[in-house]
Design a protein around this ligand. Structure first.
Ligand code: AMP
Ligand code: FE
Ligand code: FE
Ligand code: ZN
Length: 282
């Protein structure tokens, strides 16, 4: 039988991808994927529309989310798989973070104004639509208003990490993010440990209930894959992998460039079932 694959880290335009749910589904079909996981930043609004768009192609959509936590000044991303994305407590917590993201846009625009770049908040919010608003939308608004010549200039000169107009966003405490994912029946997984996370955090995250590691990712080379695969095995964590496709906002469309055999999805599902059963008895 032909091996079937899943890309377990895909964004939509409900966070910082340029792709609509339809474009995500179309691309997943073009890449011959059996399943994709939608993991937008602080937002679950892209899941249902992508499920709908993927149905005609027979592609399974795994409900996910990507949360940002802060530990010892490091920014770490935690993925949640097979969450109940209609869970009211989850939606309430996410809303708090989305509101924080909105407040921060106003602050960044103030700082940009001091630099002579006048962008109205509505110009940014319009680009984000109903989804999670973030720096990519600010950059796009700057480009549209011809305040910069190319998108990357916004990050290089103004809003990239540590640049003069950068404002950080509200971040979850590690235990809070992991708990929240588990409470909604999801499997908490450390995203792209190579980007941001430091290895010494891993034992602490496991203590809080972390159950997996994203071993395969577009920013991981073979030696990182090997290292994190060994850690996953030693700690009995589920192995996941995905491209982190942001549509056209990265150099190339990444979807399907990193994928895992469908057997890993089944393992992830098993883990989610265990978490859901434990939650019921909690
Ligand atoms: P936010 O969550 O609003 O802080 O935005 C984070 C997103 O901004 C990332 O997922 C990237 O898509 C984008 N981003 C951050 N830094 C850069 C950078 N230096 N160059 C290009 N894109 C960036
Ligand atoms: Fe992103
Ligand atoms: Fe991430
Ligand atoms: Zn991501």
């Amino acid at each position: 039988m032909k091996e079937e694959y899943a890309d377990l880290h895909v964004h939509t335009f409900y966070s910082d991808s340029t792709f609509s749910p339809n474009e995500v589904a179309e691309m997943a079909s073009k890449k011959g994927l059996k399943a994709i996981a939608i993991c937008d930043h602080d937002c679950v609004d892209g899941i249902a529309p992508t499920e709908e768009a993927a149905r005609p192609y027979g592609i399974e959509v795994i409900p996910g989310v990507e949360l940002t936590i802060e530990e010892d000044d490091a920014e770490i991303h935690i993925l949640g798989y097979f969450i109940d994305y209609k869970d009211q407590d989850l939606l309430k917590s996410l809303k708090r973070f989305q509101e924080g993201r909105i407040g921060r846009i106003y602050k960044m625009l103030e700082l940009l104004k001091d630099k002579g770049i006048d962008i109205r908040p509505e110009e940014v919010f319009e680009l984000a639509g109903d989804g999670s608003v973030g720096r990519p939308h600010v950059a796009l608004a700057m480009l549209k208003a011809k305040k910069i010549n190319y998108l990357q200039e916004a990050f290089n000169e103004y809003i990239g990490d540590g640049k003069p107009c950068y404002v950080g966003h509200l971040k979850f405490a590690p235990s809070e993010a992991i708990e929240m994912i588990k409470k909604s029946g999801g499997v908490p997984v450390l995203a792209h440990p190579m980007v941001g996370a430091r290895d010494e955090f891993i034992p602490k995250l496991i203590k809080f209930g972390l159950r997996g590691i994203e071993v395969y990712h577009s920013d991981h080379n073979k030696s990182y894959e090997k290292k994190y695969l060994e850690i996953a095995k030693a700690e009995n964590l589920v192995v996941t992998g995905g491209s982190d496709c942001h549509g056209l906002s990265k150099k190339t469309v990444l979807m399907g460039k990193v994928k895992v055999p469908y057997s890993l999805v089944l393992k992830l599902k098993e883990e989610a079932d265990k978490i859901k059963a434990a939650q019921k008895h909690a």
